[in-house]
Design a protein around this ligand. Structure first.
Ligand SMILES: [Zn+2]
Length: 511
């Protein structure tokens, strides 16, 4: 029978230890809420004794995020454990996770403790944690470089003292899959009492093997996998949970295990973690990278159009990506072009398709990759010929660190100049408000993004944004200028023109 593998997410603890990835309390709560939607089993919310901010985040998550176990990390000293308990106690499923190194390298050079002292500290810590909560995880730090005899002895003692989960970390990313699998198997067969607890692994990616090692451990008895979203973490990071989950699911024929994860929340989780930590996901990253479902070669594109499974082992919808991206470029044929337009909701006549395809080919000569936004602009400008109800006449901005950003804008409508000024939270916000005053529309900026079209200091900025009025349908606008505020104003005006035209909001449109 298929067996359950529990997922222990440490994005907020080990993941946050990534250089440069610090999160404030409210960002951590946002991520924890998303992890609960993703349905991971345990959220390691932080290391409560490390700082007041960490304590506050763990305790807020324990109080506010329900339906998931919340763990707090602690070394073996009692101050750490007491503090961890203080932070997680209001969770309805609280776990204390305590750890100590078991490798001679760490004992000798870092802890300066004997093996006997480590054993005693582990037992005392587990007992202390157990006095607070039934759910106690013990980790033998640097297990992969520890003497196996001694490691087994410590795990056995931790279990006898009350640990319910024993974690075997490859702290430094030293393990290789086959050997690591045998290592876990030995532990599972040798340690007395191991059948009563959950065996966990925590692999680092220094050699790019964290996910492979995690899976090798699962095959050999591990039932909890620790990892992070996007694989962020110390140094080269942790095992990427989305890769572990999708391997178990995609290769169900090979791995007879299941997780409780709602895979359709994977992509959203990845994007949230990336935007809040500022750690970009590489384009070719498995499962969640921008290119993970993109097909560039003409042969592959042709296959995918005929039958998705010809070149795709996972359905992008399964991880929450609405459609697979055939990368449109100059090699793309008419078939792929039409298919993508249909995917975007455009059903063109043969004539319209021909003229759009000509414009597309011209653009593809200049630009390596044609995005959905590019296609939308082609259709708006060449096929639908959306009238320029409003046109930007001039823009004046005063902005700086000590003044309230203010925008003064002149738009022309039917040859008549209309001027307004507005303040905002930032210059872009001020621009949007001033334009709204002119149009009398109360639009919300749904997205705003910028790309540099050319390199260098005089680069052209290409601003793409989306606005909405009812919160459902969004209207895309785009503007290009050497000044990003000018580009933003142009983009906003073009989105407004589209909104006005599609909803027939004005009668006197100048054609
Ligand atoms: Zn770690």
């Amino acid at each position: 029978m298929s067996q359950r593998v529990y997922l222990f997410d440490t994005t907020l603890r080990d993941g946050e230890q990534s250089p440069g990835a610090s999160l404030n309390v409210s960002e951590k709560i946002q991520i924890a809420r998303q992890l609960a939607k993703l349905k991971v089993d345990i959220i390691e919310a932080g290391f409560p004794i490390a700082s007041p901010g960490d304590f506050e985040a763990v305790s807020a998550i324990a109080r506010e995020v329900k339906g998931v176990t919340v763990a707090g990390l602690a070394r073996t000293n009692f101050e750490d454990i007491d503090r961890a308990w203080e932070a997680v106690r209001f969770s309805d499923q609280a776990r204390i996770h305590t750890f100590i190194s078991t490798s001679d390298i760490h004992l000798k050079h870092q802890l300066r403790l004997t093996r006997e002292q480590v054993l005693e500290a582990a037992v005392a810590a587990v007992k202390r944690a157990k006095s607070y909560t039934a759910d106690v995880e013990f980790s033998a730090m640097d297990a992969s470089r520890s003497d196996l005899e001694f490691l087994c002895q410590v795990l056995e003692a931790a279990i006898a003292a009350g640990a319910t989960v024993v974690n075997i970390p490859d702290t430094v990313g030293y393990a290789v899959p086959d050997e690591w699998g045998r290592f876990i198997q030995t532990i599972c067969s040798k340690v007395a009492g191991i059948e009563k607890v959950i065996v966990s692994i925590h692999c680092h990616n220094d050699l790019g093997l964290a996910v492979a090692n995690s899976l090798a451990a699962v095959i050999n008895g591990a039932r909890q996998v620790e990892g992070t979203i996007n694989g962020i973490g110390e140094r080269a990071g942790n095992a990427a949970l989305e890769e572990v989950v999708m391997t178990l699911r995609t290769r169900k024929d090979y791995f007879d295990y299941f997780t409780n994860v709602n895979t359709e929340e994977i992509y959203r989780s990845s994007r949230l973690v990336s935007s809040l930590t500022g750690m970009k996901v590489q384009a070719n990253k498995a499962v969640v990278g921008k290119n993970a479902f993109a097909h560039e070669s003409g042969i592959h594109q042709d296959g995918i159009i005929k039958e998705r499974t010809t070149y795709e082992i996972m359905n992008p919808a399964m991880v929450g990506i609405s459609k697979s991206n055939l990368v449109l470029g100059k090699l793309s044929g008419r078939h792929a072009f039409r298919q993508r337009l249909e995917g975007l909701g455009y059903n063109l006549s043969a004539d319209e398709l021909n003229s759009a395809f000509i414009v597309f080919k011209k653009l593809a000569d200049k630009k390596k990759e044609i995005t959905d936004d590019d296609l939308e602009v082609i259709i708006d400008e060449e096929i639908r010929r959306i009238p320029h109800t409003y046109a930007l006449e001039y823009l004046h901005i005063s902005s700086g660190t000590t003044i309230v950003p203010t925008a003064t804008i002149g738009l022309k409508r039917n040859g008549q100049l209309i001027e307004e000024a507005a303040c905002g939270n930032g210059p872009v916000d001020a621009i949007c408000r001033a334009i709204d005053k002119i149009t009398g529309l109360n639009c919300t900026l749904a997205t705003w993004g910028i790309n540099a079209v050319t390199a260098g200091k005089d680069a052209l900025g290409d601003v793409t944004l989306r606005i909405t009025i009812d919160g459902r349908k969004t209207y895309m606008g785009r503007g290009i200028s050497t000044d990003i505020l000018d580009a933003s104003a142009k983009a906003y005006v073009s989105a407004v023109n589209k909104l006005v035209w599609e909803n027939r909001l004005v009668e006197d449109i100048a054609k």
